[in-house]
Design a protein around this ligand. Structure first.
Ligand code: NAI
Length: 403
């Protein structure tokens, strides 16, 4: 058994992750790429926490392999790469960083609104090709124009503020009631937004309701000469229909950062119906890819892992009962006990502690349907048999003393 906990960070996680983990007492082992199956198995045999990004898959078999793994950090937004249900059943909370790249996406979108309005890429490419074509035709200022934001969540509302600062008028449509930022105006339907906007920017999640949200019918509802930006999820827009609308001249420009199918690796080939169309900006899913966002994600997820290790805090875990705990009081021991959510477990734990004459100073319990998480702050005690007794209860999934 290791004396110090080990954090294994794969896929070149930003160096900002190190400080919170070192401070929590972790040793750190880093891997530049995603480990192969054998290497991953070996790492999971030793790692107390694993930090990964989108390429490393943690499925059921891996999670059930019985190693010391206490928590997983997804140093990104998505958590599809980890089997969240299996992780919870193994008593392993999974953390991610849902908002660290919000500003990056909003800034890219803002840049695209101006670039499309000035046909900047087209003119730049002409000049690269040796053609001088100075003209004001079809170039517009964005000041005074209407931006329609579909999905007024973290990114949409951030963009709203930035666009108003540029002098744009902002309208938005969201299926949930949202607080309008600044002078932004909510509209009751998507159709109303499409008819009112010079630029439409999509910031919705990928759901049954948003797949194919913008097709031929919706594009036809947009103003002649309007522009569409999709930096949300690839399946939200019908790209064939968008290409047809651009070719016909109904829309005057578009930007897409996300696509229904995206290559797995850098350097892989890529095809889209939008390729080669004029005044279309294509970017390879880089909306959230900035140094700042990567740094913020690293600190955010590492702090969550450190807090869980030291105090048992699971707040914001994506698969686990949520507790937000204060630091354990001086002189006390904090026991973290994850068990199957069935009746009688707390009673058994209390009996075990009472029999040992140990006083409970604080107790926290949080459950979801399958799993319960109990945190007990108790007198420090010398007899390891009590911990063995708690560990040996048939309902116990995982137990440890906070680090
Ligand atoms: P969020 O969850 O804060 O906001 C999404 C909003 O969309 C919510 O207010 C929700 O009520 C609304 N919504 C859901 N279904 C809708 C519908 N049918 N019509 C209208 N509104 C609807 O999400 P956040 O953080 O603002 O992200 C938005 C999108 O951006 C997500 O799809 C996310 O995956 C994507 N994204 C893309 C990145 C990139 O690199 N291009 C980076 C980060 C996020």
């Amino acid at each position: 058994m290791r004396e110090r906990p080990l954090a294994v960070l794969v896929e070149s996680i930003h160096a900002g992750a190190d400080a919170p983990l070192l401070e929590a007492g972790f040793d750190i082992e880093r891997l530049p790429g995603s480990p192969g199956p054998e290497e991953l198995g070996e790492l999971l045999g030793r790692a107390t926490v694993v930090g990964l990004r989108s390429k490393t898959q943690l499925g059921k078999a891996r999670l059930q392999s019985g190693g010391p793994l206490a928590a997983v950090g997804c140093f990104c937004i998505g958590t599809d790469q980890v089997d969240l249900v299996s992780a919870a059943r193994c008593g392993v909370p999974v953390f991610n960083s849902p908002f660290s790249n919000t500003r990056s996406v909003a800034e890219l979108t803002l840049a695209e609104i101006i670039a499309l309005s000035r046909r900047m890429l087209e003119k730049s490419m002409q000049l690269h090709a040796g053609r001088w074509d100075k003209s004001a035709r079809q170039s517009r200022e964005v000041r005074g124009r209407t931006l329609g934001i579909v999905g007024y969540g973290h990114i949409g509302s951030q963009l709203s503020v930035l666009a108003e600062d540029l002098g744009m008028r902002v309208v938005f449509f969201d299926i949930a009631r949202k607080l309008a930022m600044g002078n932004a105006q909510p509209l009751p339907t998507l159709e109303a937004l499409l008819k009112a906007s010079d630029v439409v920017s999509l910031h919705v999640p990928d759901t049954d309701r948003t797949r194919g949200l913008i097709g031929a019918r919706e594009l036809a509802q947009m103003r002649p000469g309007a522009m569409l930006i999709n930096n949300s999820r690839g399946r939200v827009v019908d790209l064939e229909a968008l290409a047809a609308s651009l070719r016909s001249g109904h829309l005057s420009g578009a930007a897409a950062d996300v696509f229904p199918e995206e290559p797995a690796e850098n350097g892989d080939g890529f095809r889209t119906p939008l390729a080669g169309l004029s005044n279309v900006i294509l970017t390879p899913h880089i909306g959230g890819s900035t140094e700042e966002a990567q740094g913020a994600i690293a600190v955010d997820v590492a702090e969550k892992l450190a807090r869980y290790w030291r105090h048992g805090t699971t707040a914001t875990a994506v698969n686990f009962p949520q507790v937000d705990l204060p630091q354990v009081r001086e002189g006390l021991l904090r026991i973290l006990h994850v068990h199957r959510n069935v009746p009688g477990v707390l009673g058994t734990m209390h009996t075990l502690l009472a029999k040992s004459g140990i006083n409970i100073h604080a107790e926290f319990l949080q459950s979801d349907q399958e799993t319960s998480f109990v945190i007990l702050d108790v007198d420090r005690f010398g007899d390891a048999r009590l911990l063995d007794g708690l560990r040996a209860m048939p309902e116990t999934i995982r137990m440890r003393v906070a680090g």
